[in-house]
Design a protein around this ligand. Structure first.
Ligand code: NAP
Length: 416
């Protein structure tokens, strides 16, 4: 790998999120010692992105610009073996991303992305895991808001428990105060996923399986109610707040469970994720509104006429997303509560908080993905020798937590 031309190739640098990641790398001192390049399918758009980057840092006048299309195998074969890491923001990943992930697995190139699409990740596990183990590539999906805060939040709880000689049992993640909006690419991806699920019963079954991303997908019907997807409003006495379904828990829970399957957090380990709202009557009304809003959106996205209306009049278009002011106003807080064992008669009770200080899906996602690709490129000696289709926690664990802490994110544990 040391003989490769680039350390990182950012694929999709012309998109809304890709530009933010490029800007993040351009502003980040840590990337100065890294040989990075931007890539995409449209050379003129890439050159315009490069001009903006040179305005941030004139040293980027030499930044290589590479042209490739996610559907053109020859163009991917020309780029992937020449870099140590590919960082991709080209989505919907299920539509444009399969060849790229497979090429990285085949060519022994580390890979990270910001997909939140369960069917794409399942296909990547089935197609690429064994190959990536053989070529010693780390293929790491979900390095954005879905699912780094959930995945690393549970990881730091486990790290705390194992330092006490213990392990985790049941664990809950609560998405609390949050402000942020969606981009055109995210909207297109959500609509594509609902449309695929409406059309294909196999996709519906996969999406409904709480362990869809485990190494082997269990088929049994004796599913644990604790791990069933949350559908309604309830009061949770562990945090003394009202709770409602959280839109991204359908991906975050699957990633946390895959991390457990790879790292063994506890036996049995169980994870559940919800949105939390204040405890009084206003919290109850807000929880009902969130639940109704999610059900309404899913129904509208599932029916072709309302899906077309959503795409045309309501949701942002490709390349659009929240303004810089809106991104700077954004934030999020996740709280975790877990019980486990310490090897003594007293059960372990432990809490954690994960916080971000800008828009979760864009400001913080650019940071999380930017740090993930830097971590894969620069911290090889600090990472566990684990390869294949991994999760952020199982690929980068505490090394990535430390990087994100240095960038202003909070990862805090309190407990026995
Ligand atoms: N996990 C998270 O927290 C998170 C956060 C944000 C976004 N996302 C996901 O990231 C993805 C991108 O979102 P976005 O809003 O940035 O989308 P976007 O602005 O529409 O950008 C899409 C990018 O993909 C490129 N592209 C499309 N088809 C391609 C192909 N065949 N070959 C090469 N490049 C191709 C586009 O190139 P052109 O410029 O040439 O069209 C563009 O650079 C979505 O799937 C979204 O769900 C996830």
């Amino acid at each position: 790998m040391t003989t490769r031309d680039h350390d990182i190739v950012l694929f999709g640098a012309t998109g809304f999120t890709g530009k933010l990641v490029a800007e993040y790398l351009a502003r980040h001192g840590g990337a100065r010692s890294v040989r990075w390049a931007i890539a995409g399918r449209n050379e003129a758009k890439l050159e315009a992105v490069k001009r903006d980057l040179v305005a941030i840092d004139p040293a980027l006048a030499d930044l290589p610009v590479l042209v490739a299309d996610g559907h053109d195998q020859a163009s991917l074969d020309a780029i992937v073996p020449k870099t140590r890491v590919v960082c991709s923001t080209v989505g919907p990943f299920g539509v444009h991303g399969r060849k790229l992930a497979a090429t990285c697995a085949r060519r022994g190139t580390h890979y990270c992305d910001i997909t939140g699409e369960v069917p794409f990740i399942r296909a990547s596990i089935d197609e690429n895991h064994d190959q990536a183990v053989e070529t010693r590539a780390r293929i790491v999906h979900c390095c954005g808001f879905d699912s780094i805060p959930s995945d690393l939040g549970v990881f730091i709880l486990w790290d705390h428990a194992r330092k006490l000689g213990g392990s985790l049992a049941w664990t809950k993640g609560f998405v609390g105060e949050m402000s942020g909006t969606a981009s055109g690419g995210t909207a297109a991806t959500m609509l594509a996923l609902v449309e695929e699920a409406t059309r294909d019963p196999k996709v519906r079954r996969l999406l409904g399986n709480p362990h869809a991303l485990d190494p082997e997908v269990p088929r049994g019907h004796d599913r644990d109610p604790f791990e069933a997807d949350v559908r309604g409003v309830a009061f949770d006495s562990d945090i003394d707040r009202w709770t409602a379904p959280f839109v991204m828990s359908s991906i975050n829970t699957r990633i946390v469970r895959r991390s457990n399957a790879l790292l063994h957090y506890g036996e049995p380990f169980r994870y559940r994720e919800l949105m939390s709202l204040p405890k009084g009557p206003r919290g109850f009304v807000a929880a009902c509104a969130v639940t109704a809003g999610m059900a309404g959106f899913t129904l509208s996205a599932a029916l072709p006429p309302t899906r077309a209306l959503l795409a045309r009049f309501v949701l942002p278009k490709a390349g659009e997303g929240p303004s810089k002011e809106a991104r700077d106003r954004g934030h999020f807080t996740l709280r975790f509560v877990a019980e486990g064992t310490t090897g003594t008669a007293t059960p372990l009770r432990v809490k954690a908080t994960v916080k971000g200080t800008s828009d979760p899906g864009y400001g913080e996602t650019a940071k999380m993905l930017g740090q993930s690709c830097l971590c894969l490129a620069m911290d090889a000696d600090a990472l566990e020798p684990r390869y294949g289709v991994l999760t952020p926690a199982s690929a980068m664990g505490m090394t990535l937590v430390d990087r994100l802490r240095r960038e202003g994110m909070t990862f805090a544990v309190e407990g026995d």
